[in-house]
Ligand binder design. Structure first.
Ligand code: CTP
Length: 412
């Protein structure tokens, strides 16, 4: 089986020392084990032993500032593929069944979005007590796997079920759990269902942001695009139900909900990502693609002693919009943007023809549009020009998304 990550919670019982053998076997099978030791567990075994065997840091306290800054407890509970409690004492099982979270182990068990397996170990009467029976039944009803303990002579001298199962049997149970689909209850918390709308079932490609064209390992050519308008458009299209792929240049914006984002740096990387994202029903090319790149130097270019500046030989980048508009896999609707500082409409009309697209969204970037929050645009199509009032970028996005939905449904 593939290598998996296991979060092992070691409870406080005489069987705690058997966690060592379990770690050894799991590591031999190629899995990674990260241990959490409860305060009661630490009475039987030391964090140092677990750290040495697992070759990972051992977590013991919910309020450890150093641990928390390196890996928060929520992250710790989520990064594993399976949480294993071994040994699962009567006390730990009771606290789990009741949803208590007053220490690190129980907090992780409540916060995790991964399946949990408990290997119980306790005195026979404790295992058979109606309270433990109730707690185990409750945990099983909540999708936690509680193994049956072994039967035999116990450390306390009594006989019956309550012994920790053999380590090899626990490993088998762990691998069985790892191979099983994750229970629906755990999947449900990940993401809300995508919105349904007029664009449900439509694939739309959006490019956004600037591109960075390296000069050497520390310098690059860039432009002032913030990516705000393109990100807002991607988000507005997803809100109408579209399956949106956003190819984004280097920006510091959060991915809009429901959007699949592919980060790129250069125009050539953007061209490749766009090609990979086809076919699509529509393409909206909002990115401010750098027109040129240079053959980047492998090491930092140094200043010359005589003061002569280095010459940068600019090489034209591929025109991504024109390539998509003329490709065999051309989306039904191809929309370009035109950032202009003068003769906005005339330049936009020229671009509509030269790039072979259906619409050009033209904006005057002579003011502070690039990086700002408002935009005043003209929608140039083969049939005419619409002048939109100056609007916040998210309203421009919503209006454009509605127009795209209308066009794709009319054409369908
Ligand atoms: N565009 C592109 N690939 C390029 C350059 C531009 O896909 N290499 C796209 C932009 O995403 C935008 C449209 O083409 O949708 C127009 O971009 P703009 O920068 O206004 O035009 P350019 O083609 O670069 O022309 P110019 O700079 O000469 O105005």
């Amino acid at each position: 089986m593939d290598r998996k990550r296991i979060l092992l919670i070691v409870g406080g019982g005489i069987a705690a020392y058997k966690a060592c053998e379990l770690i050894r076997l799991l590591k031999k099978r190629g899995h990674t084990v990260r241990c959490v030791l409860t305060p009661a567990g630490a009475e039987f075994i030391t964090p140092m032993t677990l750290a040495a065997l697992s070759e990972q840091p051992v977590h013991t306290s919910l309020f450890d500032l150093k641990d928390e800054s390196e890996m928060g407890h929520i992250e710790l509970s989520r990064e594993a593929d399976l949480v294993v409690v071994c040994p699962g004492t009567a006390n730990l099982i009771a606290r789990m069944a009741n949803g208590l979270c007053d220490d690190l182990a129980t907090t992780l068990l409540l916060a995790t979005d991964k399946p949990i397996l408990v290997a119980p170990a306790m005195n026979v009467r404790m295992w058979q007590h109606p309270a433990t029976r109730r707690n185990v039944a409750r945990l099983r009803a909540d999708d936690t796997v509680v193994m049956e303990p072994d039967e035999g002579i116990m450390a306390c001298g009594e006989f019956g079920p309550g012994r920790l199962p053999e380590s090899s049997v626990i490993v088998e149970a762990i691998e069985r759990e790892l191979a099983r689909p994750i229970p629906a209850r755990l999947l449900g918390v990940v993401a809300p269902p995508p919105p349904q709308g007029p664009l449900t079932g439509k694939r739309i490609l959006v490019t956004a942001g600037p591109t960075h064209e390296p000069i050497d390992p520390v310098r690059y050519i860039a432009n002032r695009s913030s990516g705000k308008q393109g990100f807002a458009i991607a988000g507005a299209l997803a809100q109408l139900g579209a399956d949106v792929t956003l190819v984004a240049g280097p920006v510091t914006l959060a991915t809009p909900p429901g959007v699949t984002r592919i980060d790129i740096e250069t125009a050539r990387e953007m061209a490749a990502a766009v090609e990979n994202a086809l076919p699509a029903d529509a393409a909206v090319m909002v990115a401010a693609v750098a027109d040129w790149h240079v053959d980047a130097a492998a090491t930092k270019i140094k200043k010359r002693a005589d003061g002569t500046p280095p010459a940068l030989a600019l090489v034209q980048n591929p025109d991504i919009l024109a390539t998509v508009a003329h490709s065999a896999r051309r989306p039904r609707l191809v929309i370009g943007f035109a950032a202009e500082t003068n003769d906005v409409i005339a330049h936009a009309r020229a671009k509509l023809t030269s790039k072979g697209c259906d619409w050009i969204v033209a904006n005057d970037v002579s003011g502070d549009v690039m990086g700002g929050d408002r935009n005043s645009i003209h929608l140039v199509t083969t049939t005419g020009v619409e002048d939109w009032p100056e609007l916040p970028k998210d309203q421009v996005a919503e209006r454009l998304a509605q127009r795209i939905a209308q066009a794709l449904t009319e054409q369908a």
